[in-house]
Design a binder for this molecule. Structure first.
Ligand code: SAM
Length: 265
């Protein structure tokens, strides 16, 4: 089955959607990083988000924040993240920062170079940006409402800097997975998830989504970083451990963040 036309369509290659390498403009052996104005980024973003943003909104947040900007330095690059109004997904969460640090510091253990990577609940896109800078072909996903800011941040921080242009598309946990990401066509080496577990009603759907992409025979590795906040985090962790072969990769006690690696049982 083909993906619906509303989703940003990948080009069929080794992995569905894995595009050709970005042309790197080199002069005197140096990579020329294209400088883009915010207007250009916004124009690109409008096109991408318009294509991706026609799915049903199923989750309405109740917390509203002021517009802000955060700066980071990962994988040899400054990263500027626009946080936004409205939703949990427009803020950077500790799980994302912890997983970015882990990926940067453990590139031999987890090599993302030329790997197909899916991020679920990508939020502002920080983790997807770092995975792209580390050489992965990334598809960043979240609820439709989140995609505009996600696309803006991805474009702003990856254009001209990455081997592969990251993709953005809507993925509502548990919904239309086989229609939009048919298992036989969509294979990812890594699925990334940061702070996707907190107090919400979609934990079963979240686990179903993880299982869809990380099933026996898939050779997909799931990397899940989570700050422990509620009983629901602990309950989900138990379900997660019984669903997958899970290993605790690291624990950051000062932030109460744990990072797990999991493969299908
Ligand atoms: C706490 S935020 C974490 C964002 C980002 N991963 C980070 O760590 O900065 C949780 C993310 O999960 C997304 N999310 C919540 N419920 C979802 C659902 N049912 N389907 C898809 N994404 C969902 C939210 O939109 C949000 O981006």
């Amino acid at each position: 089955m083909e993906r619906s036309s509303s989703v940003i369509q990948p080009v069929q290659q080794k992995h569905p959607g894995k595009p050709k390498e970005v042309d790197e403009k080199k002069e005197d052996g140096k990579l020329q990083v294209e400088q883009e104005t915010t207007d250009e980024v916004l124009a690109d973003q409008k096109v991408m988000a318009g294509e991706a943003q026609d799915r049903r909104n199923i989750w309405e947040p109740s917390v509203y924040y002021a517009l802000g900007k955060e700066s980071f330095y990962f994988a040899g690059h400054g990263i500027s993240i626009r946080e936004s109004l409205d939703t949990y997904g427009a803020l950077i969460w500790p799980g994302a920062i912890a997983l970015c640090q882990f990926l940067e510091n453990n590139q031999q253990q987890v090599s993302l170079m030329d790997k197909a990577v899916l991020e679920i609940g990508a939020g502002t896109g920080l983790l997807s940006i770092v995975a792209s800078l580390l050489g992965a072909w990334v598809t960043a996903t979240d609820l439709p409402d989140i995609l505009s800011n996600l696309t803006f941040n991805l474009l702003r921080n990856t254009k001209g800097r990455c081997r592969y242009t990251p993709q953005v598309t809507s993925l509502c946990w548990g919904q239309d997975l086989e229609r939009d990401f048919p298992y036989l066509s969509f294979h990812y080496d890594y699925v990334l998830a940061a702070d996707v577990v907190y107090h919400h009603d979609c934990l079963e759907e979240l686990l179903k989504t993880m299982r869809h992409f990380c099933r026996p025979g898939s050779r997909t590795t799931l990397l899940w970083a989570n700050k422990i906040r509620f009983q629901s985090d602990l309950r989900f962790t138990e379900s997660f451990k019984s669903s997958f072969n899970a290993t605790l990769l690291t624990e950051l006690p000062q932030h109460e963040v744990r990072i797990y690696k999991a493969t299908a049982k």
